[in-house]
Design a protein around this ligand. Structure first.
Ligand SMILES: Cc1cc2nc3c(=O)[nH]c(=O)nc-3n(C[C@H](O)[C@H](O)[C@H](O)COP(=O)(O)OP(=O)(O)OC[C@H]3O[C@@H](n4cnc5c(N)ncnc54)[C@H](O)[C@@H]3O)c2cc1C
Length: 171
């Protein structure tokens, strides 16, 4: 349960006070994310994906309680295709982790919002940054992603990105 976690999962880098979820699930796979999202959808329970918690507008506050899905355990590289300049990555990988993985191949991930954000959190918030004029925003660099959808309830889906296919770049 998160009540004893000091509010970490209900707090981002903003000045907003922590509002913790009722529980935190540390996901290890897309299947686990899907199980949690679909179970919560059945019980009309809010789901709050948690990347690195670097957002600055209170995004991860659990305003109505619910289950936080911490994505930090899903931080693996699934494939890098240097010839195509793209890579398939789990959504909990941070951009700096990715750059360390790519460094020896002479490649880097070009979206830099300043914070060491996760690819899933960046896909959700669509950041720009110091390199955007040359390489584009997150939207320009995501080719496709795996989204986990709950049941449709009153037109609103509860979802979480689990894998991201992103463009990588040679300097
Ligand atoms: C010092 C600093 C400088 C910054 N500068 C810029 C800037 O120049 N330009 C800019 O655009 N932004 C900037 N940002 C904001 C930055 O873009 C966000 O902090 C970042 O994108 C959030 O990523 P995160 O992994 O920390 O996500 P979190 O903060 O954990 O989550 C952010 C939102 O995404 C959702 N989410 C997280 N992971 C997933 C997932 N796998 N699937 C679905 N939803 C998910 C969360 O539920 C939440 O709503 C800055 C932030 C900081 C702290």
């Amino acid at each position: 349960m998160c009540r004893g976690c000091g509010g970490h999962h209900g707090k981002d880098d903003s000045h907003h006070p922590p509002i913790p979820p009722d529980a935190v699930v540390f996901a290890q796979s897309t299947e686990e994310v899907a199980f949690v999202v679909r179970t919560c959808a059945r019980h009309a329970t809010p789901v709050i994906p948690f990347g690195a918690g670097t957002s600055i507008e209170g995004h991860v506050q659990a305003l109505h309680g619910g289950i936080c899905i911490d994505m930090s355990g899903m931080n693996r590289v699934l494939a890098v295709r240097p010839d195509d300049l793209d890579a398939t990555l789990e959504a909990g990988m941070t951009r700096m982790q990715l750059d360390r993985e790519l460094r020896d191949r002479g490649l880097f991930f070009p979206v830099d919002p300043g914070a060491d954000a996760t690819l899933g959190g960046m896909a959700a918030t669509g950041p720009s940054g110091s390199t955007t004029v040359r390489y584009g925003t997150m939207r320009d660099n995501v080719v496709s992603l795996t989204a986990v959808l709950g049941q449709r309830r009153s037109g609103a889906d509860r979802w979480a990105g689990a894998e991201v296919l992103g463009r990588v770049t040679a300097p």
